[in-house]
Design a protein around this ligand. Structure first.
Ligand code: EPZ
Length: 430
């Protein structure tokens, strides 16, 4: 049992440093095995999903040297198996990035189908469409995604939805395919650009990442590289929302402010003050917030991965706000938990109608998934009394030392593993 126990009501002050982006790091680790030379990756977040993927990469024979918590060296020349399966890999969504990487490098692969956060149906038809267009035989059977191609050939691929995963997966395979691949209606998220930059560092020829059309000219092989992953815009946004909801004044450092624009815009509308610097944003909130409307969209729209955290902010904003989720159909699972804390939220189809309450009240809640879990932590920080967040293994998938970073800002939060530790914390803070 690991839980977060939080005594709410303390504004946050100080400085917090953001780590590398999980959703960039995952495909970058997968892409690192596409060369037989050694690749060094820095600014790696030390979170569960990353460690699971590294184990899977090791499991197929690649050499993985963990230089320190945030730096790894990978050598893909020792790979002796293109079948990826272990009891953990099925739990992470990003396992599918090994399909593009292995198919591109070896022309065949078999990867256990991905799990990941339960935020709605998560099809992989667009990944399949891309590989098929490149001449691969693709079969999904017995829980595996199997792809094989004698000659992987570039092609024109239109994505019906601007899927991050499909864009990156096709980009990886196309980097080593014969001829030119054009991905139309490509995802434009910063992590797509980061993966393209990394592949280019390894000798790939990819142009247009960050726009709707990505053009890839296949190369014969990739080579060694040293690369540092971009900062995590969602971790940064989560801290920004925490300050907004609890009140305080925090400098969020090691960020790219441009990547945070949608979150910044919405927090400004709620009445927070935000100052932007070259690689930091300062968030000031007096905790008196106004209502606003939020709709999740593909980048540069408001990120779906920030939707629960923003909803928690709006839950204590004056007036009625709406949050429309347009990417995943089941991303309001935190609402019932938040209701236990006194929130007044009604979900109709893909819209949450949020009537702001004066404050949350501490309660026992369960983290339903990664971002919803982080959102419940924010609610706990803003709440009166003690909140216990259970199932924090979801939160640990994507946040490194969330409790330590929040505590350094003055939050009263602790990770506990036993009832005794829990009671000790409560005694200490009450
Ligand atoms: C990535 O998931 C992220 N995961 C998610 O982050 C994030 O929420 C999502 O992108 C959107 O930004 C990783 O990077 C590991 P998509 P992904 O393909 O790639 C539809 C987090 O909290 N679609 O961009 O799975 C899909 O149903 C996680 O860190 C198809 O229809 O998302 C959705 O509506 C959760 N067919 C839309 O596209 C496909 O083949 C966008 O999904 C693929 C996707």
């Amino acid at each position: 049992m690991e839980q977060y126990v939080i005594k709410g009501g303390n504004p946050l002050y100080g400085e917090v440093e953001i780590g590398g982006a999980k959703n960039a790091a995952l495909p970058i680790l997968a892409a690192a095995i596409m060369t037989d030379e050694t690749v060094t990756i820095e600014n790696l977040p030390n979170v569960r999903d990353i460690n699971v993927l590294l184990q899977a990469i090791e499991g197929i024979g690649a050499r993985v040297e963990r230089v320190n918590d945030h730096k790894v060296k990978i050598n893909g020349s020792f790979i002796n198996d293109v079948k990826v399966d272990n009891e953990y890999i099925r739990k992470i969504r990003a396992s599918y990035y090994l399909i593009g990487a292995l198919l591109g490098k070896y022309g065949r692969t078999e990867v256990a189908l991905p799990g990941g956060c339960d935020i709605g149906s998560r099809p992989i038809d667009l990944h399949k469409k891309g590989f098929l267009a490149m001449g691969a035989n693709v079969e999904i059977a017995h829980g595996f995604f199997k792809a094989e191609a004698e000659h992987l050939m570039g092609n024109h691929i239109y994505l019906d939805k601007a899927s991050v995963g499909a864009t990156i997966n096709i980009m990886m395979a196309a980097a080593l395919a014969e001829g030119k691949t054009v991905i139309e209606n490509a995802a434009k998220e910063p992590h797509v650009v980061d993966v393209a930059n990394f592949l280019n560092c390894m000798g790939a020829n990819i142009r247009g990442a960050g726009t709707d059309v990505i053009r890839i000219v296949g190369v014969e092989k990739l080579h060694k590289a040293e690369y540092s992953i971009i900062p995590d815009q969602i971790e940064a946004g989560t801290f920004m929302c925490a300050v907004a909801a609890t009140g305080g004044d925090v400098m969020v450092t090691n960020v790219i402010p441009k990547h945070l624009e949608a979150t910044t815009a919405k927090l400004l509308e709620t009445g927070c003050e935000i100052e932007e610097f070259d690689d930091a944003v300062r968030v000031i909130s007096d905790g008196r917030l106004h209502r606003t409307q939020v709709t999740t969209l593909y980048y540069p729209g408001f990120p779906t991965d920030m939707q629960p955290q923003m909803a928690v902010v709006l839950g204590v904003a004056e007036g009625t706000s709406t949050v429309t989720e347009s990417i995943f159909e089941n991303r309001f699972k935190y609402v019932d938990e938040l209701t236990k804390m006194g929130a007044n939220i009604k979900v109709e189809s893909n819209i949450a109608i949020i009537s702001g309450v004066e404050k949350y009240t501490g309660a026992y809640v369960n983290a339903p998934d990664l971002r919803a879990g982080a959102a419940l932590v924010i609610a706990g920080l803003a709440a009166e009394g003690v909140t216990i967040v259970d199932d924090i293994q979801y939160i640990q998938r994507g946040y490194e030392d969330l409790e330590g970073k929040l505590a350094s800002l003055g939050a009263k939060i602790e990770k506990v593993t036993t009832e005794k530790e829990l009671q000790k914390f409560i005694l200490r803070v009450s």
